[in-house]
Design a protein around this ligand. Sequence first.
Ligand code: BES
Ligand code: MN
Ligand code: MN
Length: 456
Amino acid sequence: MQEIKKYVEENKQRFLDELFELLRFPSISADPNSKEDVLKASEFVAEKLKAAGADKVEVCPTAGNPIVYGEKIVDDTKPTVLVYGHYDVQPADPLDLWKTSPFEPTIRDGKIFARGACDDKGQFYMHIKAFELMLKTGSLPCNLKFMIEGEEEVGSVNLGAFVKENKDRLKADVVLISDTSMISLETPSLETGLRGLSYLEVEVTGPNRDLHSGVYGGAVANPATILCKLIASLHDENNHITIPGFYDDVQSLSETEREMLNQAPYDEEEYKKDLGVDELWGEQGYTTIERTGIRPTLEVNGIWGGYTGEGAKTVLPSKASAKISMRLVPDQQSDKITALFKKHFESITPEYVKVKVTAHHGGEPVVTPTDSVAFKAAEKALEESFGKKPIPTRGGGSIPIVALFEEVLGIKTVLMGFGLDSDNLHSPNEKYDIANFYKGIETIPLFHKYFAELSK
Ligand code: BES
Ligand code: MN
Ligand code: MN
């Protein structure tokens, strides 16, 4: 541990400078205008992997954004860890809400502010630096493979094919990912599951053109009003989702499992204060921890229609739309839930409008094992570097590829995230604590050490 700390101490500034360089690429996978920066970011990652000492480094083209691969095989008889991360980021808008420019990383209060600071550039880069550290200090105890992709934020649409075509190359004993949250630096934790996702778009059409709201209003159904009614009906008075069959495959946890989960520190007053809300909302009968971890949800991500510009325009819009996502839990299946939603939404649409439901990307929920050698190694690593045993939690977010690693490669994942839920992922002013960045670089070599030791 002393040697690890020493190396980090001596290279602190360079580690940060390199991360800043990476953060300056606006590698927004959702934005076709960012193609150039996406490529530059992938080349930067490849270059840094090479510089750290990886072999067979390759920027692998796909039908979309490239996947960066690299490896270090020290000994065929030793276990192999596959590190996964993503160099693409979410769009930065609304830009005017950023205190400093999203692609010019800035330190305030010991935190790095930039799009991707936490999700996921700041987190996967720790693995490249930890790898460098282990090689330079002669302490790499196992084989290491890296796969850093550029389309996670748009559903990893081309990664599945890559994984299927590269089964041999990606062979490993465990997948290690830092792209999730921990409770805090004082309270380390490990996520033991991720929710799945169904994402759809609905479009409600009324009259064949926008109408004068005074001349026609009152005589023709307003698609915006109808859309709001339809959406509102998707939750009942207890905030349960009303789609028939929606809960059929939901695994319920035992009382003991629920009690365990609720032991994680959680201060409701703090939570409300941080978010600026007076009251919380959610499915009756469940705590906030359960609502965001083990229960499925339905959210409107965006809604539009009619006049949304400045001032007032009197208009009865022809169309209104919304983007709707559902977070899924085991054993719900994305395709099945998408189909149930579509069928239900179409069936409740009244005859005075038409509706079109289009599916976007999805992903399956996962639960990761807590009795595996790899999970124990992660627990030991966190305990040693934080001085406290980590608490197992269930994550609310999704990383669709995790289910695929299991299905295609037969490899389980350890989610060793160092972000915080309050790091403003996908929001303005995304941040990552510099302390978490360095702590991660110190903890990762311990994971490899214990994983190699416990695998013997
Ligand atoms: N890193 C997040 C997922 C995450 C965040 C998991 C925090 C647990 C805690 C990832 O980059 C992400 O944002 N995934 C998307 C899904 C994807 C299909 C767009 C998500 O969860 O919305
Ligand atoms: Mn991420
Ligand atoms: Mn994300």
